[in-house]
Design a protein around this ligand. Structure first.
Ligand code: SME
Length: 166
C-alpha cells in the first residue's frame, strides 16, 4: 500500500474510532469495536489488545486467529513494548529475539503501548501482518493516536471492576 493510501485509510479510521468510542464506558466493548474497526479498515492479519494484569499480559478483545493467553513482562514483542514503554515496529518477526509466534503466518508486527492516566502501560495494541515490513512510522503515528483515544475512553476512569480476572 502506498503511503498516501495508508494515510487516507487511517484518517477515515480515526473518524470512525472517535465515533465508536464517544460516550461509551464499557472497556471490553470499546476494545472489541476498536480492534474490529482497525482490522477491517487496514486488512491486517491479527489485531487486538493484551491487558496488563500483575506481571503479565492477558489476551483481550481481538480479530484474527486464536492467540496465546498470557505473555510475561519482557517476553516477545508485546512484553518488550510493555517493559520499554514504547512502540515497537518489527519488520521481520523471525529477526526479533524471543518473538512469540501465535500464528506461523505472521511476518511483521507492531505493538503500541496504551498508557493510563499515570502514564503506566495498562495494555498493548498488537497488530500482525502476513507481509514483511508492513508497518512504518505512519502506522506508529496513527495507532498511537488510537491508543490514546482508547486510553482516554476506558482507561483513565475508575474501571478496576472491569479488568479481566488474573
Ligand atoms: N507475537 C507476539 C505475541 C502475540 S501474537 O502476535 C497475537 C509477541 O511476540 O509478543
Amino acid at each position: 500500500m502506498v503511503n498516501s493510501e495508508k494515510i487516507n485509510r487511517y484518517e477515515e479510521l480515526l473518524l470512525q474510532v472517535r465515533g465508536l468510542t464517544d460516550g461509551e464506558t464499557s472497556q471490553v466493548s470499546v476494545l472489541a469495536n476498536v480492534a474490529a474497526a482497525i482490522h477491517a479498515a487496514m486488512d491486517f492479519w491479527w489485531t487486538g489488545f493484551y491487558l496488563v494484569s500483575g506481571d503479565q499480559l492477558i489476551l483481550g478483545p481481538f480479530q484474527g486467529p486464536v492467540a496465546c493467553y498470557r505473555i510475561k513482562r519482557g517476553r516477545g514483542v508485546c512484553g518488550s513494548a510493555w517493559e520499554r514503554g514504547e512502540t515497537l515496529v518489527v519488520p521481520d518477526v523471525e529477526q526479533f529475539p524471543g518473538h512469540i509466534a501465535c500464528s506461523s503466518e505472521s511476518r511483521s508486527e507492531i505493538v503500541v503501548p496504551v498508557l493510563d492516566s499515570s502514564s503506566q502501560v495498562c495494555a498493548v495494541l498488537d497488530i500482525d501482518s502476513r507481509s514483511l515490513a508492513a508497518f512504518d512510522q505512519t502506522d506508529a503515528h496513527y495507532l498511537g493516536i488510537i491508543a490514546q483515544i482508547v486510553s482516554d475512553t476506558v482507561f483513565t476512569h475508575s474501571l478496576a471492576n472491569q479488568r479481566p480476572p488474573v
